[in-house]
Ligand binder design. Structure first.
Ligand code: CTP
Ligand code: CA
Length: 226
């Protein structure tokens, strides 16, 4: 019931959210990907929309329906995600990068299905563009940039490093080894790290985690206007 009467505290804001994994083609029938389900990014899009924002969701391939009222752009590869995001970034006040973007893509995808032969196969990979880092480098004065960090060790140090190196306003750190957080589950236990310190969240549904992230974004927007 509370959700129906959600505060319209993001009204009028253009928000871009990314979600899901990417797929990097190996040949016409195979790809490299990861375990991201898209649930966190979709929860972020849905909750922001409820709170009054105009939301665009750029998502990799996931088995989730489009949240009503959200503009959904479906992409496959890291390169396609980068193009879709860069085209829309200048018009967005807040950008939240929940997608699990491939760090490497197949250097030369095969035009035809690769046949089995021999005992080994090597697949040369090349680095993808770090979308978030690029957005940080191009950030406009009043834009807010929120990143995610999936870590299995040294969580806070890694989160703080990514916050600084990618010029972010906020980073959401989660533990990919903890079975109740991160990939493909409905709950999450995250830590929010900003320039002025960190906030550990309890174990929550992804929907409630999303609302806590928007609370933190709202506070940063208020601080800009103060
Ligand atoms: N990210 C991105 N583009 C990439 C890789 C990552 O935009 N090519 C973004 C993710 O969407 C996420 C953040 O960067 O918001 C952190 O992703 P993560 O994998 O934790 O960090 P990396 O910087 O890729 O470093 P590493 O994988 O080595 O920990
Ligand atoms: Ca990565």
């Amino acid at each position: 019931l509370l959700r129906i009467f959600a505060a319209q505290d993001l009204r009028g804001l253009k928000i871009l959210v990314t979600a899901g994994p990417t797929r990097e083609a190996i040949d016409p029938v195979r790809y490299l990907s990861n375990r991201s389900s898209g649930k966190m990014g979709f929860a972020l899009a849905r909750t922001a929309m409820r709170r009054g924002a105009a939301v665009t969701l750029v998502t990799g391939p996931v088995a989730l329906p489009a949240p009503p009222g959200v503009e959904v752009i479906r992409v496959q590869s890291a390169h396609e995600m980068a193009e879709a995001v860069f085209a829309r970034a200048p018009q967005s006040r807040v950008l939240v990068k929940a997608a699990a973007v491939a760090d490497f893509t197949v250097a030369a995808p095969a035009e035809h299905k690769i046949k089995k032969s021999g005992e080994e196969l090597s697949l040369p990979l090349s680095a993808t563009v770090d979308i978030l880092r690029e957005l940080g480098a191009r950030k406009e004065p009043r834009q807010l940039l929120v990143g995610f960090a999936a870590e299995s060790q040294a969580h806070y140090q890694e989160g703080e490093r990514k916050l600084r190196e990618k010029n972010l306003d906020l980073i959401v750190v989660n533990d990919v080894l903890d079975g109740q957080s991160g990939f493909a589950v409905d709950t999450n236990q995250v830590t929010l790290i900003g320039k002025n310190g960190r906030q550990e969240m309890p174990l929550l549904s992804k929907e409630d985690t999303a609302d806590r992230i928007w609370d933190a974004v709202r506070a940063l927007l208020d601080a800009q206007d103060a």
